[in-house]
Design a protein around this ligand. Structure first.
Ligand SMILES: Nc1nc2c(ncn2[C@@H]2O[C@H](COP(=O)(O)OP(=O)(O)O)[C@@H](O)[C@H]2O)c(=O)[nH]1
Ligand SMILES: [Mg+2]
Ligand SMILES: [Zn+2]
Length: 323
């Protein structure tokens, strides 16, 4: 393949991480894409080679739970070129995998920024809130991106307002049709850092990736007549942008159950909750609640829903031993 992984830089402490595994023959690589039973990886400091490798032994053991190696993972390759271990994930987006008996599924690993994307003119604020929480639960800060800004005259304002309401620093409206806002987003994607695009199919993720890449690499598809997106992107891929930033394109996310809590995504509510009379106040009809009248009811409903969802997950993990 081409030189799209040129410039992959070793993360701080990588050599020590490898040494700690105790096998001097291990070398580091990063997962660019996952397929069934094999992974596309690139080695740091090496120009352009990408290799398809397998995992040694059971991938669950290799990854220490939570499935096998995923896109964005740093892995250790053994002398035979197979993945022998997955290195510590620093920032991961994990959801409850689809299906009722399933555990957590890592959507992207070693992510510095989640770009939570929704299309204008009708962005789904509750979905933004959920995806921001999913990222925050894995220690990943988020930015809100409203795509198709050409379809909404007040796009910039809406992006900033939505970001503010969900407690996120950056809100960017952009259109790949007229280029508005694309430069602003580019400014958020720093050299050597990794971002992941999270949002429904049809939001314009792949189109945006192509715009940032400057080439039509990702397949895109017109939204169906019923307004639902098509799943044109089927794998999660880590791509290098021309200025050295890294971006993970993902298939549309239909279900995104929380798995690792909501991190600091509801810091606004938690700060106010310090003033509630009861420590376990659900800010519903409890007397002496300091939150109920101070927070947008829809946001509060989201908080309650995600909090209850997480409690149910925690309970299930306790009783059934899911990791
Ligand atoms: N009007 C408008 N349409 C866009 C924009 N970006 C993407 N689209 C369209 O939205 C549809 C879905 O795009 P795609 O990139 O496949 O979405 P994905 O499923 O999120 O990867 C395609 O028909 C795109 O042409 C935009 O900025 N403005
Ligand atoms: Mg796509
Ligand atoms: Zn309360």
């Amino acid at each position: 393949m081409s030189s799209s992984s040129a410039g992959l830089v070793r993360r701080p402490g990588l050599d020590a991480e490898l040494r700690a595994l105790g096998d001097p023959e291990l070398t580091a690589a990063r997962v660019l894409a996952q397929h069934r039973g094999y992974w596309l990886v690139a080695r740091p400091d090496d120009g352009s080679t990408q290799e398809l490798v397998q995992a040694r032994g059971r991938v669950h053991d290799v990854a220490g739970g939570l499935g096998g190696p995923v896109t964005g993972d740093w892995v250790a390759l053994d002398a035979g070129g197979a993945i022998a271990a997955v290195l510590e994930r620093r920032g991961a987006v994990v959801r409850q995998a689809a299906g009722k008996a399933s555990g957590g599924q890592v959507l992207a690993a070693n992510v510095d920024l989640a770009l939570v994307i929704e299309p204008l003119p009708e962005p789904n604020e509750r979905r933004v809130e959920r995806l921001v929480a999913l990222a925050a639960g894995g220690g990943v800060p988020a930015a809100v991106v409203l795509s198709k800004a050409d379809l909404d005259l007040g796009a910039d304002h809406r992006a900033l307002e939505l970001a503010r309401r969900v407690g996120v620093l950056d809100g960017v409206a952009l259109s790949v049709r007229d280029g508005d806002g694309v430069a602003v987003l580019r400014g958020l994607l720093e050299r050597d850092a990794t971002a992941v695009l999270l949002g429904p199919s049809g939001a314009g993720k792949s189109t945006l990736v192509n715009t940032l890449l400057g080439v039509d690499r990702q397949a895109t598809a017109a939204v169906r007549a019923d307004g639902r997106g098509r799943h044109t992107t089927v794998t999660r891929e880590l791509l290098r942008l021309p200025w050295g930033a890294w971006l993970i394109d993902t298939p549309g996310i239909r279900e995104a159950g929380v798995w690792e809590g909501t991190g600091d995504a509801f810091a606004d509510i938690e700060a106010l909750a310090a003033g509630c009379r009861f420590g376990d106040c659900m800010h519903d009809s409890e007397p002496g609640c300091a939150v109920r009248d101070a927070v947008d009811p829809e946001r509060l409903a989201s908080w309650r829903k995600l909090t209850l969802e997480q409690s149910a997950i925690d309970e299930r993990r306790r009783t059934r031993g899911f990791r």
